[in-house]
Design a protein around this ligand. Structure first.
Ligand code: KG4
Length: 346
């Protein structure tokens, strides 16, 4: 099944062409640099830029895939969660294409797309995957661990109480003056530092049974530590920044690891697979730790096959749409609408 998919949920204008779970093209035009001066995503700017770029990105995805529109079986689009006015741009384009070219339309949950992103271009297919499996999304907007009873049926095991992991890493990077979005640069600096130097507190230690990911307390501790160093030394040295980056990353990943570990240990059924998606899943240290978690519980851990599949993209929307199409889950172009607070797993 060949699907043209669109994602405009945040600050990436993205379109992809997929054939079942194989990627034929995957075009992502990021606006990150345009939002950097505001220290975060400006919704009205995101909407305008999506409007300016959506036609270009869609045409480029078709050209790169070498598929004419006649060969496309369905159009898929992210309907949520995301920024309402940004989602609207992708939905409008998908509706237009579906109506004009008489194609079926598929509404996709962005979180489900992240969960299923390891299926893209992978040997890991639905045929050899065993359920229940686990899905972990670590992105700028969400941190959530779900039990996948089967594809399309999710149960939330743990979720964020305040900031998402990516958001927390971005805020820590901003405190250190490293720019936005800061997750990747924080990772680079963290490699040069000592994770135990500042002993930032691991969030919710001993309270893993609450099944909550929480980073607000850790951010406050980081801020206090920065103020304390500034009061003593005047300014942060390069080594201070490396050590703070390393300490923050270490504490935030340890917390993630502990909550996931608790949830797996308390799953009644044997879990064979853990699928990990979202922007932070590009982080090498995080991957190392999650592989370690996999070894501990004898679970196969899968990540998106390439870096441009970790952050927001439309190829993962195409993969989720393929599974929905198999279940006959199409929507009417007249009634499709954005669902900015769409959840996964009840
Ligand atoms: O999945 P994504 O594009 O956004 C949402 O759907 O929300 O993820 C973006 C997030 C940002 O917070 C960014 O800083 C983080 O992913 N990120 C990273 C890395 N690359 C991107 N965080 C840690 N290490 C990285 N290498």
């Amino acid at each position: 099944m060949t699907i043209l998919s669109i994602d405009t949920s945040c600050d990436e204008t993205a379109c992809a062409i997929t054939s079942d779970t194989k990627i034929l093209s995957n075009i992502i035009w990021s606006q990150a640099k345009d939002h950097a001066k505001f220290g975060g995503v400006m919704p009205s700017l995101a909407q305008r830029m999506h409007e300016e770029r959506i036609d270009f990105v869609t045409n480029k995805a078709l050209v790169n895939s070498q598929q004419p529109l006649e060969k496309i079986d369905a159009i898929a689009v992210t309907v949520g969660p995301g920024l309402s006015i940004a989602l609207g741009v992708g939905i409008k384009k998908a509706k237009e294409l579906a109506i004009k070219h008489n194609k079926k339309l598929i509404a996709v949950n962005h979180l489900e797309a992240h969960v299923l992103s390891p299926f893209a271009n992978s040997q890991f297919s639905i045929l050899n995957s065993k359920f229940p499996a686990l899905g972990l999304v670590v992105s700028g907007g969400n941190t959530i661990l779900v039990k996948i009873n089967e594809i399309g049926e999710y149960e939330t095991l743990a979720q964020t109480a305040d900031d998402a992991l990516g958001e927390a890493l971005d805020k820590a990077a901003r405190m250190l003056g490293l720019g936005y979005p800061g997750g990747a640069i924080l990772e680079k600096f963290a490699k040069l530092g000592d994770p135990l130097k500042y002993k930032l507190p691991i969030p919710m230690i001993g309270q893993e049974e609450r099944k909550i990911f929480s980073y607000s307390g850790l951010k406050t501790s980081m801020m206090r530590k920065i103020v304390e160093i500034r009061e003593t030394n005047g300014a942060l040295s390069k080594q201070n920044i490396y050590d703070l980056a390393s300490s923050f990353q270490d504490a935030s990943f340890t917390h993630l690891f502990r909550v996931c570990s608790y949830s797996i240990a308390n799953c009644k059924l044997k879990i064979v697979n853990l699928l990990v998606g979202g922007g932070v899943s590009a982080n090498i240290e995080l991957r190392k730790r999650l592989r370690h978690l996999g070894k501990q519980f004898d679970i196969n851990v899968s990540f998106p096959y390439s870096k441009n599949m970790t952050g927001d993209n439309a190829a993962m929307v195409g993969v989720a749409a393929y599974f929905k199409a198999q279940r006959g889950e199409f929507v009417d172009p007249k009634t499709i609408d954005r669902i900015p607070n769409l959840k996964i797993g009840g």
